[in-house]
Write a protein that binds this ligand. Structure first.
Ligand code: G6P
Length: 439
């Protein structure tokens, strides 16, 4: 039986993840669940509610939540990390500052993602260091955002650490694909995919018999985007997400030979995105008014009543990939999964040091990346530009370099000029004083 630490205990996603872990106990048996957060006040209501949930469903599991790193990281097999340095208040600024300058405002893409990256690197490194100090044999399963920048930072700064970077985005889209195709599960499909995190393409989707499912998928996505006839996951049903799933049809038109990751809209339809954003009410506001309020109110209610009866908290099925990943490592299953790993020749005509998102077989020694081969000029060009942004952010963080961060912004396909890049940078710098290294 395993001992798991959720880092980012105060996250609005945590209760859903706990419910998911409780449903998966047969596959992934647990003896201990711990939460760690550096904000005790935020973590407490979530911790108190989860204490009730765990006691009701699996009283044999030991549970605690803490702000003390030693208590948290001692005797742990897996750390599941989903921290948000700066919380939603800073996400709001990541989105609103670029929009004020007429540029895409998004938490992981463009200037917002760059700002968030500068905040996250230190936070994730701290988690790795605690883990290595108190549970040196544990694995850190990281899905803290912006995953691309965080992954590049860990590649350079903690090259030998047992950290695996994974993202739920392709999984969410594959769940939609399965629904579109009328399949029971996304695991009924075998996919080929390559790219960077939040920046990639499916090149092949087949069923287990080897039948090509791409033509049917493309025909559907070309008309409806990734909006299946029925609701797939409630997390992504707010207006801005519906819009994102729909936009896949236009992204598909830019390269009809593949199926795109929806986040490519921020790089290929930047003007459209800006026109359709409300600079005074962004995704962060949607989340703060929606998920935040719901989860915290509901957690307080459960804690007070000491019972989860009639709860509206739901299992986050979306996060099941973390259990897939943990079981792959724990039981050496060699499951095929998309992970963010060092390219190292897997994409033949691309920087071997780039962190790319590609299929890997995962076992107890970690991921074995599968060969992708050569990629077309269009994707290669886009990816080279974007990976340079990610690398420059990490270099800027390490060297405390204003200039490199400005270059990162200039290179982002979301930013029209060096002048605009500088204006955004100066505003972001002012807003992030408390979080960024001093440049
Ligand atoms: C997707 C992305 C994540 C991102 C999340 C935001 O799942 O893969 O990287 O954090 O969306 O969702 P939200 O509901 O907070 O906008």
């Amino acid at each position: 039986k395993f001992s798991v630490l959720i880092a980012g205990g105060g996250s609005t996603f945590t209760p859903g993840i706990v419910l998911m872990l409780l449903e998966q106990l047969e596959r992934f048996p647990l003896r201990k669940i711990k939460f760690y957060d550096n904000d005790g006040e935020r973590q407490e209501p979530i911790g108190e509610a989860c204490k009730v949930l765990i006691k009701e469903k699996a009283p044999e599991i030991e549970f605690l939540y803490t702000t003390d790193p030693e208590e948290a990281f001692t005797d742990i097999d897996f750390v599941m990390a989903h921290i948000r340095v700066g919380k939603y208040k800073m996400r709001e600024l990541d989105e609103k500052i670029p929009l004020k300058h007429g540029v895409v405002g998004q938490e992981t893409c463009g200037p917002g993602g760059i700002a968030y990256g500068m905040r996250s690197i230190g936070g994730v490194l701290e988690l790795i260091d605690y883990m290595e100090k108190y549970s040196p044999n544990a694995w850190l399963l990281n899905y803290s955002n912006p995953a691309a920048i965080v992954a590049e930072a860990t590649r350079i700064l903690r090259p030998n650490s047992k950290i695996l970077n994974i993202c739920d985005m392709p999984i969410g889209t594959e769940t939609r694909m399965a629904k579109i195709l009328g399949l029971k599960s996304r695991k009924d499909m075998i996919v080929k995919y390559y790219g960077l995190n939040h920046f990639g393409w499916w090149t092949d989707v087949r069923d287990k018999e080897g039948n090509d499912l791409m033509p049917r998928l493309k025909a559907y996505v070309g008309e409806h985007g990734y909006l299946p006839p029925e609701v797939v996951d409630h997390q992504h049903m707010d207006p801005s997400w519906i819009e994102t799933h729909k936009k896949a049809k236009d992204i598909l038109a830019t390269d009809p030979t593949t199926l795109p990751n929806t986040y490519l809209k921020y790089y290929l339809f930047q003007d459209y995105v800006v026109e359709h954003s409300d600079p005074n009410y962004t995704r962060a506001n949607e989340v703060m008014d929606g998920r935040e309020k719901h989860v915290f109110t509901e957690c307080r209610r459960i804690a007070e009543k000491g019972s989860s009866e009639g709860t509206t908290l739901t299992t986050d099925n979306h996060s099941i990939f973390i259990v897939d990943l943990a079981t792959a490592i724990a039981f050496n299953t060699k499951e095929r999964m998309l992970l963010i790993v060092e390219n190292n020749g897997a994409i033949k005509n691309f920087d071997p040091t780039a962190m790319v998102e590609i299929p890997c077989l995962v076992g107890s020694n970690g991921p074995e990346p599968l060969l992708v081969g050569e990629i077309p000029q269009f994707q290669k060009g886009l990816m080279e530009q974007q990976v340079s942004v990610e690398k420059l952010v990490v270099q800027a963080w390490i060297e405390k370099s204003y200039h490199k961060l400005w270059q990162a912004l200039m290179l982002s396909k979301t930013v029209p000029s060096a002048t605009v890049a500088k204006a955004i940078l100066d505003d972001l710098l002012e807003a992030n004083k408390e979080y960024w290294p001093e440049l």
